[in-house]
Design a protein around this ligand. Structure first.
Ligand code: R1P
Ligand code: URA
Length: 296
């Protein structure tokens, strides 16, 4: 983390509008809680905040909708990110700026504030024994997108070990896909155990070709699904793939936040099944997870 700036961050880099709100999220620092739930779908924000006892702030700009409120004494924000790692770059940098940069001086604050960020998303399973409508907690995110390559980052020993095994097993050496890896918060993973399977989540920069779905365009890596579903390293396999987790875990580590990604399995790519009522399953994930968020 670079907290050593002595000159104010310029107006083209940290964009604050006339109302004192950060550009994309349209939020002022006091409007965000230090426990943040992220969802991909803007319409899912209200499905989470319907369980709040009180809503304090509502904001929207583009696909970024935020509701901040309380469950009991716990202050929580729910923010929609839209789809994909590129949106996570915007949401994470702006969430971090809201708590760790002084908007008056435009300087990083002396004391770092760590957010707890929990993604409540949907996902496709890559193991036959992970049925649709079940819930997965991501231990690690392996990114097949390229977001983290734009930031200086390093891996701990376990991340480096799994990543090296992954590149070899999936034959992703000297190809245009350069995977990266980041681990989720161990504290949060230990809090969300009962009712969740845990495993490695692979994050893709697209829903079709990057996830091996062939409609009309032929894919360049036809072996990918098979390679992902047969991978294991350090007694962990790839449980699922989706489109945000590696970026959340990677930027969370770089910016010093505790992050967890939870997914409702809506498709099983091995069994070729799709949930008959994904709305009900997502609602169950929200209720079950909010109970645990409240006791964090
Ligand atoms: C694709 O349909 C979207 O669904 C998943 C993927 O990560 C991607 O964002 O998550 P959400 O349901 O949270 O958006
Ligand atoms: N989201 C994804 O990204 N992939 C799936 O298969 C299901 C949900």
């Amino acid at each position: 983390m670079n907290n050593s700036f002595s000159t104010p961050i310029g107006s083209s880099e940290l964009i604050i509008n006339e109302s004192g709100k950060i550009y994309h999220l349209n939020l002022a620092p006091h409007e965000i809680a230090d426990t943040v739930i992220t969802v991909g779908d803007p319409d899912r924000v209200k499905l989470v905040s319907q369980y709040f006892d009180k809503i304090e702030y509502i904001a929207q700009h583009r696909e970024f909708v935020t509701h901040t409120g309380y469950i009991g004494q716990k202050r929580i924000s729910v923010v929609s990110t839209g789809i994909g790692p590129d949106n996570i770059d915007i949401v994470f940098n702006e969430l971090d700026a809201l708590v760790n940069i002084d908007f008056e001086t435009r300087l990083p604050k002396e004391t770092h504030q760590s957010l707890s960020v929990i993604r409540l998303g949907t996902s496709g399973a890559l193991q036959a024994n992970i049925p649709v409508d079940s819930f997965v907690v991501s231990s690690f995110g392996i990114g097949l997108d390229n977001l983290l390559h734009y930031y200086q980052h390093s891996n701990n020993q376990e991340e480096a070990y799994i990543l090296s095994d992954f590149q070899t097993h999936c034959k992703l050496i000297n190809t245009p896909i350069v995977p990266y890896i980041a681990e989720g918060s161990i504290r949060l993973r230990n809090h969300f155990t009962q009712g969740y399977k845990q495993g490695i989540t692979v994050t893709c920069p697209g829903f079709y070709g990057p996830q091996g779905r062939i409609l009309r365009g032929a894919v360049a890596f036809p072996h990918l699904i098979d390679a992902l579903s047969t991978f294991d390293s350090r007694q962990q396999n790839v449980t699922n793939f989706e489109m945000e987790t590696s970026a959340i875990y990677g930027l969370g580590k770089i910016l010093g936040h505790q992050c967890l990604s939870i997914s409702t399995i809506v498709a099983n790519r091995i069994e070729k099944t799709f949930s008959k009522d994904s709305g009900a399953s997502v609602d169950k994930m929200i209720r079950q997870s909010l109970e645990l968020v409240e006791t964090l």
